[in-house]
Design a binder for this molecule. Structure first.
Ligand SMILES: *Cc1c(COP(=O)(O)O)cnc(C)c1O
Length: 373
């Protein structure tokens, strides 16, 4: 081995790992292009900004930062348990729900096992899977003319299960496509999955979904001890910068995850902010209302410009722009608009646009129109 090449010292799985590509930060585009006006619609962040109640709670507690946080997150768990009608022993808190997804992979996967996820699914699933050296078994997205050709084909996922399957990651709604599936499909799937397989239903966009047929997977925890539901404060609760998410599961799984968890994985301001946000009903209502308007605003404008966006249950829209999307992404950057190219998800002709404020959405719509013509 070459003397100075330390890459080979990493585990084989890590050597093959591709890092997560985040949305471009505003400050980076500012540095690169010296633009004054920049609109970022790239990371599904809440355009309302931090709620004033959360800001006040944080200001009032800045003097406590010398202390370690409550490693058990007692107050936040109690608030969540009350709100979601679960027991506190069923909750695992994480540094964002990505942290919980990673804990789940480390707890239930090994170099001997496989994780199943769908084509076009969330990019953290392959990373957490490969980081522990497990095999990624990618099942094909749906087929045919329906929008579910971009979504999860639960039957195909089920058919991928074998003796080595450790867990299945499902996002409902899915990111980056915005697709979702209904109650009957989830019920049939959970019933058919063998009990040795952990099923993770990632509900990062749970609060946004308006479809009455959308299933709250946490309602099935009592029936299926192999089920885990993950949620986050990053999206509808507007706390992406603080990093706090959680899972709901049976108490036994929560106990396992707790053994793997870093003792203080959620910081004290994040715990406090999440608890405050959870009780800020006005903020959540406004978030949902503005998002519905934004989905219509962007969706209608895209259709007017001749595109056919995928219907979305989240706070973003994924659209096929009919040609390689990277040059369009670059052209939008030059106009001060940051959206998300999704070629790394296997969708080279699509862009994902997060819903921003009405003004931000309009800024994007105008920029796209100028590029297309
Ligand atoms: C945004 C997102 C998350 C949440 O990530 P956090 O770590 O909680 O910020 C999880 N899953 C999906 C599918 C997402 O899109």
């Amino acid at each position: 081995m070459e003397k100075n090449n330390v890459i080979h010292l990493a585990t084989p799985a890590i050597q093959k790992l591709q890092p997560y590509l985040p949305g471009k930060p505003i400050s980076e585009l500012e540095r690169e292009l010296g633009l004054q006006e920049i609109v970022k619609l790239a990371s599904n962040e809440n355009p309302l900004g931090t709620s004033s109640k959360v800001q006040a709670a944080i200001r009032d507690n800045l003097s406590e930062l010398t202390r370690y946080p409550d490693g058990n997150g007692f107050e936040l768990k109690r608030a969540l348990a009350e709100k979601l009608d679960v027991d506190t022993t069923q909750i695992t808190l994480g540094n964002g729900s990505n942290d919980v997804l990673d804990l789940i992979a480390r707890t239930f996967l090994s170099t001997e096992s496989e994780a199943i996820f769908s084509e076009y699914a969330f990019a953290v699933y392959p990373i957490s899977t490969q980081a522990v050296g497990a095999k990624a078994a990618i099942s094909a997205a749906g087929s045919g003319d329906s929008w579910m050709r971009y979504g999860h084909d639960l039957d195909a996922m089920l058919a991928t299960v074998n003796d080595k399957t450790g867990l299945i990651f499902i996002a409902n709604p899915n990111n980056p496509t915005g697709t979702w599936f209904g109650r009957e499909q989830l019920e049939a799937f959970l019933e058919a999955i063998p009990p040795h397989v952990i099923v993770v239903v990632d509900e990062a966009y749970f609060e946004y979904v308006g479809d009455p047929d959308y299933p709250d997977a946490s309602k099935y925890l009592g029936q299926y001890p192999n089920l885990i539901v993950t949620r986050t404060f990053s999206k509808a609760y507007g706390l992406a910068g603080l990093r706090v998410g959680y899972s709901l599961s049976g108490a036994e799984i929560a106990d396992l995850l707790n053994r793997v968890r870093q003792p203080f994985n959620v910081n004290s301001l994040a715990l406090l902010a999440a608890e405050t946000a959870l009780n800020d009903d006005a903020y959540l209502e406004k978030t949902k209302k503005e998002n519905r308007k934004g989905i219509l605003q962007i969706g209608d404008a895209l259709k007017e410009q001749g595109f056919n966006p995928i219907p979305s249950a989240g706070n973003f829209i994924c659209v096929d722009i009919g040609k390689p999307a990277m040059p369009v992404y670059e052209a939008l950057l030059k106009k001060g608009v940051i959206v998300r190219p999704v070629d790394n998800y296997g969708l080279p002709n699509h862009l994902r646009i997060s819903v921003g404020s009405e003004t931000e959405n309009a800024f994007f719509i105008n920029a796209l129109a100028e590029i297309s013509c």
